[in-house]
Design a protein around this ligand. Structure first.
Ligand code: AMP
Length: 192
């Protein structure tokens, strides 16, 4: 089962994605984690991505599309995965659809973690203190939220339109509450 977690930076995608992937026994694929690892290791991808990440901007699609195709071609992602942090643009969404179709699959669920903006800012700035991420500064946080609204939020309408009968495959999950409450709501929505 392929599941996409959508939501603004700070909405809890990473935490819930990890829990969900573990529970279902499928990998969680996070382009953010892969990029941070690449930056740390100083790979060519990391070197090209770093400046964008530090500014809170999206890494260009040309780099991300390769990454997505590589990850989805891995044997461990043969039958399912939780996608965290991608697709983030229309071009990425198209690449995901194509890569899944090539395996005879499609996205089963899209979970939209919905958190009010004031709460997002609070969380991201708190995380800056805890994890020391170089992109959690006040200015970068603002940029990332704007980029999310401009580039990524339109994907919600794109997927909602696709439908698939009844209410479609996009489910809004209130992203405030305890981690357990949110995880339980996700379990209820996907039915396992
Ligand atoms: P994240 O941890 O998902 O918030 O990602 C951190 C940063 O990595 C983002 O602000 C972007 O600069 C970059 N990034 C991660 N995933 C993507 C993606 N799918 N497309 C473009 N840039 C990305």
């Amino acid at each position: 089962m392929f599941i996409l977690l959508l939501g603004a930076p700070g909405s809890g995608k990473g935490t819930q994605g990890q829990r969900l992937a573990e529970r279902l026994g499928i990998p969680r694929i996070s382009t953010g984690d892969i990029l941070r690892a690449a930056v740390k290791a100083g790979t060519p991808l990391g070197k090209r991505a770093k400046a964008y990440m530090d500014k809170g901007q999206l890494v260009p699609d040309a780099l991300i599309l390769d990454l997505i195709n590589q990850e989805l071609a891995k044997p461990e992602a043969k039958d399912g995965a939780v996608f965290d942090g991608f697709p983030r643009t229309a071009a990425q969404a198209e690449a995901v659809d194509k890569a899944l179709a090539a395996k005879g699959h499609r996205l089963a669920h899209i979970l939209l973690l919905d958190v009010p903006e004031e709460e997002l800012v609070k969380r991201l700035l708190a995380r800056a203190g805890e994890q020391g991420r170089s992109d959690d500064t006040a200015e970068t946080v603002r940029t990332r939220l704007v980029v999310y609204q401009q580039e990524t939020a339109p994907l919600i309408a794109h997927y909602a339109q696709r439908g698939g009968g009844g209410g479609g495959i996009v489910h809004r999950v209130p992203g405030v509450g305890t981690m357990d409450q949110i995880a339980e709501e996700i379990r209820r929505i996907i039915g396992r």
